[in-house]
Design a protein around this ligand. Sequence first.
Ligand SMILES: Cc1cc2nc3c(=O)[nH]c(=O)nc-3n(C[C@H](O)[C@H](O)[C@H](O)COP(=O)(O)OP(=O)(O)OC[C@H]3O[C@@H](n4cnc5c(N)ncnc54)[C@H](O)[C@@H]3O)c2cc1C
Length: 387
Amino acid sequence: MSRIAGNEQSHRIATDVVVVGAGIVGLAVAWRLAARRGLGVVVVDRGVPGREASWVGAGMLAPATEAQFGEQELLALTLAGNACWDGFAAELEAASGLPAGLRRCGTLHLALDRDEAESLRRLHRFQTDAGLPVEWLTPSRARELEPGLAPACAGGILSPHEGEVDPRQTCAALLRACERAGVHVLAGDEVVEALLDGDGAIRGVVTTSGTRIDAGHVVLATGAWGAPWLPAAARPPVRPVKGQIVNLAHPAGERIAEHNVWTPGIYVVPRADGRVCLGATVEEMGFDVTVTAGGVHELLREAYRVLPAVAELDFVEAIAGLRPGSPDNMPLLGRGALDGLIVATGHYRNGILLAPITGDVVAALVAGEEPPVPISRFAPDRFAVRT
Ligand SMILES: Cc1cc2nc3c(=O)[nH]c(=O)nc-3n(C[C@H](O)[C@H](O)[C@H](O)COP(=O)(O)OP(=O)(O)OC[C@H]3O[C@@H](n4cnc5c(N)ncnc54)[C@H](O)[C@@H]3O)c2cc1C
């Protein structure tokens, strides 16, 4: 349980776990710790919970479609993360009384010319060698599944086990479930200092409001912002990778496609209620979140090339967010360089997909148990220079 003492200006809180960052990752971790393990949890966010990368993310659950040659370990984690989602969503809906936003719709990964089809054939071989339940699609079979596809479709891959979630709904449900489980959420307060003891352990944090939070464990879920307030050796090497998306909606709430549709230039994520998310640019621009005419143009052009019906949709918004990128594009997940520190960041393009399994992994680590999946390959200290 969390205990709070002090006046308005300067509080002192003692708790079992403090989670820094209330994006989808921090909220999933907090909920699992409080609801499943019965621990006292405080979550701190410098802004509004769920309003950074997790507000912008398209929410594709696409481990096979996103698979890259040479990233087998990441694939094992993303597949396990995808498998967690159905149970997680059902539990979250029961705990919060709100929709978790999950739709199991499958993904069509499409080629729009012969060169793209050749490269997709190679990916299909890689996926079948890895035992993934994917199906090669001729152009006519692809159009049978999605009648709105452009005539340019030159074949593709169906990944039926994939899906999408609306991360805004998930975060709203997580916040409610956290509140119901007794999690104390401190919004609009930034962690600026670590409480260290002399033996290389972290014992809590201090925020800009002067609140001191003493905790047995500190979970770092700060997304692209890392932790400049930690000693250099304990800071996760994350960087912001900008992504712009465009959100559209069908005026009568109809779906223009049943599946996620993915090409080398775009992905189109149709929500259950006729909204459609087009994503996403990948830009190394530091902490810039400006929406550009070029970014929006590229997304609309590429979406129109594969699904011309997007032109009929209402424009809702264009928005940019910051993916937490790591040097090898894989998450930083596990015990940190300080005793009591657990790192859960660097999820890059897969943070929505990996939020439930990250919650389970961190809950196991806090409880001193073996995590449900192997995580040694994602050790936060794997980039440390050893002397
Ligand atoms: C355009 C785009 C499309 C994407 N599409 C997908 C997709 O289809 N599928 C998928 O799985 N993933 C996708 N992602 C990636 C996914 O959105 C992210 O990996 C995920 O949201 C990261 O969650 P997070 O909780 O780690 O970070 P965030 O949501 O950014 O949350 C981090 C939080 O930490 C807080 N914080 C930081 N520092 C401090 C501090 N010192 N004190 C207090 N609070 C602090 C911030 O205010 C923030 O709220 C996409 C991302 C983008 C930008």
